[in-house]
Design a protein around this ligand. Structure first.
Ligand code: FMN
Length: 336
């Protein structure tokens, strides 16, 4: 008969193996979704094509925003962008995506006008696209634009530290107080101004403000105990994996999605609403249930949920004391 110590050891071992197996199956769940949705194996879906056009357009805009771009830079990208845009239009017709490709090509030609570089090939490619039914949106929405530091500073001159100090995760709301949809739209528009890698804009927001839908969504979430039923709305922030095209980008969704989610929370804060991030630290089975309930497609990853609503006139929040600055900011550590 095994001793109690031996039995405990063997059950510890079994638990560790089971945990490792569950971790593996969860990684496999993420692996399959990334591999199927991204275009690491080549462009397949319409969303992949949109992503590729945005990526190429961004590379040209990047060049047009440098101090001293190389004369005739980016012709390889111009050719690829024109080819991708032509193929996209042939398959799906002209829309806002082909518009981006065409506008950036037009801007590239204008940018190079009067310089030593010959833009005649680019002009020919643009003419072909216009002949094939593409259009140039007005006002032109591609290329680079002129800004001044004075204008930027004037428009962003708020005391941001006070703004941030006044933000709390709110867990007490005016139950039943409806949230104005215009506030939601403004907050989402603000979040859409978040940086995204190569301007791929992969984030999607599922917004619920009907009490029955909020309750249904939250039934898949733990972590809203004691305040979920008071919320005026809940967001699900997701990222479309169809926009990534290298193995190195396999975790990029968390960065872009996290930045977007933060700006979204700050957008609601600026609208005078309270917010609370609601973690989506969900394993495969829980994730599947939420997806099924909401109809989130396989190519999207859920980054986080977020509760929001009207704050009460006065209420309590945790102090959530921050660490000293010295623990966070490491200025000029010695380099080897
Ligand atoms: C990704 C993420 C997930 C979170 N999930 C929850 C949650 O499920 N429930 C909750 O009440 N708070 C949640 N929070 C809020 C944190 O507890 C809170 O931000 C932290 O304690 C600091 O407090 P503060 O936001 O008031 O400054 C989450 C925060 C983040 C960033």
């Amino acid at each position: 008969m095994p001793s109690a110590a031996a039995a405990k050891k063997s059950s510890n071992y079994r638990d560790r193996v089971m945990t490792a197996w569950r971790l593996f199956t969860n990684y496999a769940y993420d692996f399959r979704r990334f591999r199927n949705a991204s275009f690491i194996d080549g462009v397949r879906t319409r969303e992949n094509r949109r992503a590729h056009i945005h990526l190429l357009a961004h590379m040209l805009e990047y060049g047009m925003s440098l101090t001293d771009p190389r004369s005739g830079f980016g012709m390889d990208k111009v050719r690829m962008l024109a080819a991708e845009t032509a193929k996209y239009m042939a398959d799906y017709g002209a829309d806002e995506t082909s518009d981006v490709g065409i506008s950036v090509l037009a801007a590239y030609i204008a940018f190079n006008a009067g310089t030593a570089s010959d833009a005649s090939e680019a002009q020919g490619l643009l003419d072909d696209l216009l002949e094939a039914g593409g259009s140039r949106s007005k006002p032109v929405v591609g290329g680079s634009e002129h800004v001044t530091s004075e204008d930027i500073t004037r428009s962003s001159g708020i005391d941001f530290l006070s703004f941030m100090n006044a933000r709390h995760s709110v867990r007490q709301y005016e139950k039943g107080a409806a949230v104005d949809p215009a506030k939601i739209e403004r907050a989402v528009q603000a979040a859409m101004q978040s940086p995204s890698s190569c301007n791929r804009q992969t984030c999607r927001v599922y917004a619920f403000t009907e009490p029955t839908s909020i309750a249904k969504v939250l039934s898949h979430h733990s972590g809203n105990r004691g305040f979920g039923d008071q919320l005026g709305g809940v967001f699900i922030v997701a990222v479309d994996l169809a926009h990534w095209n290298t193995i190195g980008e396999r975790n990029q969704c968390w960065v872009d999605g996290g930045m977007f989610a933060m700006t979204l929370a700050l957008g609601l804060h600026a609208e005078g609403l309270g917010t609370c991030m609601l973690n989506w630290s969900a394993a495969r089975d829980q994730d599947r249930m939420l997806r099924r309930c909401v109809g989130i497609p396989d190519n999207e990853v859920v980054i986080t949920l977020m509760g929001f609503g009207h704050m009460r006139a006065d209420f309590r929040v945790p102090v959530s004391r921050r660490k000293p600055l010295s623990l966070v900011l490491r200025t000029e550590p010695a380099l080897t």
